[in-house]
Design a protein around this ligand. Sequence first.
Ligand code: SF4
Length: 256
Amino acid sequence: MPLNPEDPTRITKILGEERFISASQILDYEKCPFYFLMARVYKEKPEGEEKDWGANIGKEVHNWHEGFFNVSKSFEDLEREYGSQGYGEIFGKYCKNLIIAELRYMHEKNRKIMIPIFVEYEFEIDHLVGRIDRLELRPDGNLTVVEVKPAVQWKYPKNQRWQLTFYAMQINRILSKTGIPGIPSGAKVTHGRIVGYKDASYDEFKINGRTIKTINQRIQTIRNAEVFPLKYGQPLCKYCEYEDQHCLETNLKGDF
Ligand code: SF4
């Protein structure tokens, strides 16, 4: 799909039904279609240092989370194990908060049983892909999809709910088509819950039909897109790693 020299935001072939789409791709498209084109279609990396610190921390927090809730390791064992790998400070700062948030949640909601059915469950259905952190069984037999995040109140809070709604939609499709081993038949995802490991808070919400409709529309928009307009000048530009590097408003680079 070469860039059109007359209009670099236009591609010569539509992406189509075969394109794999994830929640983060939809969120990227929402932020800026041109950003989506660069990052997701051309996979063009911005120049400069890799920003992998946050990703590494997130991965380790997930490991801790899984160890505590799924492998039933004690808090002390985990602290010793990961502390010896040089992550002691991170655990003291973030992972304890995560465990405290989870235990507080169970206490407040009087949920004596919280079943971590999956940790890091990957799905693919009709070229829609994703990986969820956990599904919880609710007292009424339905499910909550859980996502662990650095914080609840980040710069695009609406997007986190979109991400979990996307997961809920796809898990429910899989449940209705083939079922998932370990999940009672008839159960469906009715709620999402974002767990913020930095501030030990959580945000639980009901899956909303209007959001589902909007997400389905965005999926079709992306699949049919041929033009990826810039959103330069919008507040999100200051967060964009393509600013001053690839954005048309500055300097388009790359070997296309
Ligand atoms: S700098 Fe702004 S306009 Fe350019 S790609 Fe990033 S978000 Fe889009």
